[in-house]
Design a protein around this ligand. Structure first.
Ligand SMILES: [Zn+2]
Ligand SMILES: [Zn+2]
Length: 367
């Protein structure tokens, strides 16, 4: 095993430097992950151009790899051994609060990097904090005693397992948070990896109607949406989406509207609200729409809408996502479109924010 670990480090806005860190000592209750695939998502694009903290950060928060080295207590507690392929959630829980006990590590204060300066989260924590290896854009990642680890099921490739994070969000948001199930009518706005994962989970859960919206640059993605089980797609730059949704639903509207447009402003939120059925629909929102003067609160209340906020995934949605990815029910190879080596980290992140041909990007540190 090499004694130095190579990492792609974000050192400023849109700036990547390659640095070497010492191979960490592994405590009895910890382990070392040899990173095989680090998935890249829209959050990486956002934080690469506008870093939320100053100083060096090894990004990469959707990480699949092999256990390279493990302490005895780690192996005994986790039922894992060296050579096992695993998915590591980016949350690092305290393991003692109410949220951690429920598998909602995403809500634990110990991993809330916004409110807790000491909070640890893979892909977000400063590389200045020892033992430095807190992100997947590196050859190895350090796994402390409280890392949240899922064994990748036999037969699932590392690259496909790398889609587990958007897939888990699909299950969490559509199924658990918004109650999509048998007979639901669903609007998914945005056909990126996140939106397409909502399509898969809604389809698997038995939704009666799935409509996906996109723009001119999304033509290929909308085509993939149809292949993954969407019933109708709408290019909002070519057609009036409200009219089309009315037409498709015979004037009734949808039960659930999920905003997966990541940063498209207030328009998707207004469309979602408009598209919902007359009373009692559910609207999933994301914080990208931070400012919204004159938000139509009266309409929201009048339509008796339930609002849900997208907030990552819980333990169970990750387990279900791995099972979903390991089934042959959907042509998932349509999603894993691009792969890059560690030396191309900058290009890999830019690719996610770029052309409409890109759906899911895998960073492979050893390629
Ligand atoms: Zn992500
Ligand atoms: Zn906790």
């Amino acid at each position: 095993m090499t004694q130095a670990v190579l990492a792609a480090v974000r050192t400023g806005p849109e700036k990547t430097e390659f640095r070497e860190y010492p191979m960490p000592d592994i405590p009895d209750e910890g382990a070392l992950l040899k990173v095989e695939v680090a998935g890249i998502c829209g959050t990486d694009v956002k934080f690469y151009s506008k870093p939320p903290i100053s100083g060096p950060v090894i990004m990469g928060h959707e990480n699949i790899g092999y256990i390279a080295k493990a302490g005895e207590t780690f192996k005994k507690r986790r039922g894992l051994k060296e050579g096992d392929l695993v998915f590591v959630e980016h949350y690092v829980g305290c393991m003692n609060c109410e949220y951690c006990h429920k598998g909602d590590y995403r809500l634990c204060m110990a991993t809330d990097w916004r409110k807790n300066p000491e909070g640890i989260r893979f892909g977000y924590t400063s590389a200045e904090k020892a033992p430095h290896l807190w992100g997947g854009f590196a050859q190895y990642m350090y796994l402390p005693w409280n890392a949240i680890i899922h064994k990748v099921p036999d037969g699932l490739s590392p690259e496909l397992a790398g889609v587990v994070t958007p897939m888990a969000n699909g299950i969490q948001w559509a199924l658990f948070d918004c109650g999509v199930g048998y007979d639901s009518r669903v609007l998914v706005q945005g056909p990126g990896q996140q939106g397409l994962s909502q399509v898969i989970s809604a389809r698997q859960a038995g939704a009666a109607l799935i409509i996906v919206t996109g723009t001119n640059k999304d033509k290929k993605r909308l085509d993939v949406a149809l292949k993954l089980g969407a019933d109708a797609v709408i290019n909002v730059e070519e057609e009036d989406p409200v009219e089309r949704i009315r037409e498709i639903t015979c004037g009734e509207g949808v039960d659930v509207a999920l905003d997966c447009t990541a940063g498209a402003g207030t328009a998707p939120l207004l469309l979602g609200l408009e598209a919902l059925k007359r009373k009692g629909g559910t609207l999933l929102v994301q914080q990208e729409t931070a400012e919204f003067p004159n938000f139509p609160l009266a309409k929201l209340c009048n339509k008796y809408v339930t609002v849900k906020c997208a907030r990552g995934h819980n333990y169970q949605s990750c387990e279900l996502a791995l099972k979903q990815l390991n089934s042959d029910r959907f042509p998932l190879d349509l999603i894993t479109t691009h792969r890059f080596g560690l030396d191309k980290t900058h290009d890999a992140i830019k690719a996610v924010g770029g052309s409409g041909d890109v759906i899911h990007v895998s960073l492979m540190p050893w390629e």
